[in-house]
Design a protein around this ligand. Structure first.
Ligand SMILES: Cc1ncc(COP(=O)(O)O)c(C=O)c1O
Length: 372
């Protein structure tokens, strides 16, 4: 089976894990701090601190917790996203307000979001679907005019650039995921890039159960002798073992990105103009694709999925819209017809660094065989 997503790791990650196990500091320790520095350098975050945590979901939750939302405060969010975006909002007691995405690129539709703003709206969470950050300057101008904070769910967009600068190097709260399938992996992990030192200090406290130690844990094993608890927190710190894997992956990131971009360009070239397909308009010189998602029109998606499965090619539908889940059905009375139409069309083809040229060629051939 050609998998739709899969991690790429090698001897370097195995060696790093062995070193980590031998060091016997598995919690938040020196290598987590090292990874935070490496991420800051890689992304060019400058004064914007990076805080590593144990998942992208935790990064989103802590980013929202830094905004001091009150129960019932509302956060605009596209319905078409992984449920982690929604769970992070409800985890801090706020209300997700599901919004439409644009039909062509699956990014938040700001005109629709505008119509859903109420006096309780405090923030907007955008999702860089498939790795596409969209028009960030336009988004921030829009949010500023409306007095909204911005959380970028950049789980798909590690390595993507906007205006020649990496996602995370500018903006408000920017959250990444390093789970097993992402553009780089820590095994499991995530990070948030904060706009200032104070948010980073608070996020750092909250990831460690709100415990403040007299001596910071930087550069060595944490002092367990004394601590005070100063705020609500969660056990969201990144393990040193995961950080060691991340440190190896970040060295390989340029190669991973180039491979993903080359595969996406090849798909684009081969599938443009195939009847019944609509491709996402992405610039693969700027964006690093986490997914290669397209739209299958004319009700042919189920047949295509079946055909590809028969050829041992796995596909995925990213994602079932959140406003249709049992938990979230009551969130809105306003319909989301575009999202509901899209959820019948979207399909993700295999996209990962372990795909060979032959496999990509075979996938293209099989898609074309079915549709033409
Ligand atoms: C859009 C989006 N947001 C958030 C997450 C959560 O990341 P994690 O799996 O690291 O918790 C994911 C993970 O797939 C995602 O796709």
């Amino acid at each position: 089976m050609i998998r739709v997503s899969q991690p790429v790791t090698g001897a370097e990650e195995l060696d790093a894990l062995k070193r980590g196990l031998e060091m016997a500091y598995f919690g938040h320790s020196a290598n987590v701090v090292e990874l935070e520095k490496a991420l800051a350098d890689f992304l060019g975050t400058g004064e914007r601190p990076v805080v590593c945590v144990n998942s992208g979901t935790a990064a989103l939750q802590l980013a929202l917790a830094c905004l001091d939302l009150q129960p019932g405060d509302e956060v605009l969010v596209p319905s078409l996203t992984f449920v982690a975006s929604f769970q992070a909002i409800t985890a801090v007691g706020a209300k997700p307000v599901p919004c439409e995405v644009r039909e062509n690129d699956l990014l938040l539709d700001l005109d629709d979001a505008d119509r859903r703003i109420t006096p309780r709206t405090k923030a907007v969470m955008v999702v860089h679907y498939a790795g596409n950050p969209g028009d960030l300057a336009g988004l921030y101008a829009w949010a500023k005019e409306r007095g909204l904070r911005v959380v970028e769910d950049a789980a798909h967009a590690f390595g993507s650039s906007y205006g020649g600068k990496k996602v995370g190097s500018q903006g408000d709260m920017v959250c990444f995921s390093f789970d097993s399938l992402k553009n780089i992996t820590c095994g499991e992990g995530g990070a948030l890039v904060c706009p200032d030192a104070e948010s980073a200090r608070r996020a750092g406290l909250m990831r460690g159960l709100g415990m403040q130690r007299p001596q910071a844990t930087q550069g060595g094993p944490p002092s367990r002798s004394a601590y005070d608890v100063v705020c609500q927190g969660w056990r969201y710190h990144m393990s040193n073992l995961n950080a060691l894997v991340g440190l190896e992956q970040i060295k390989k990131a340029p190669g991973f990105f180039a491979r993903r971009q080359a595969i996406a360009k090849r798909y684009d070239q081969a599938l443009a103009g195939v009847p019944g397909l609509a491709l996402l308009p992405m610039d693969y010189d700027q964006a690093v694709p986490f997914l290669y998602t397209l739209r299958v029109l004319e009700g042919r998606r189920a047949g295509l999925i079946e055909h590809l499965r028969g050829q041992d090619i796995e596909t995925a539908v990213n994602y079932p819209p959140n406003h249709m889940h049992s938990l979230y059905q009551g969130l809105t009375n306003a319909p989301l017809p575009v999202t509901e139409k899209l959820c019948e069309q979207i399909l993700s083809l295999p996209m990962h660094g372990a795909l060979s040229d032959e496999q990509v060629g075979f996938i293209i051939e099989q898609v074309k065989n079915f549709l033409t």
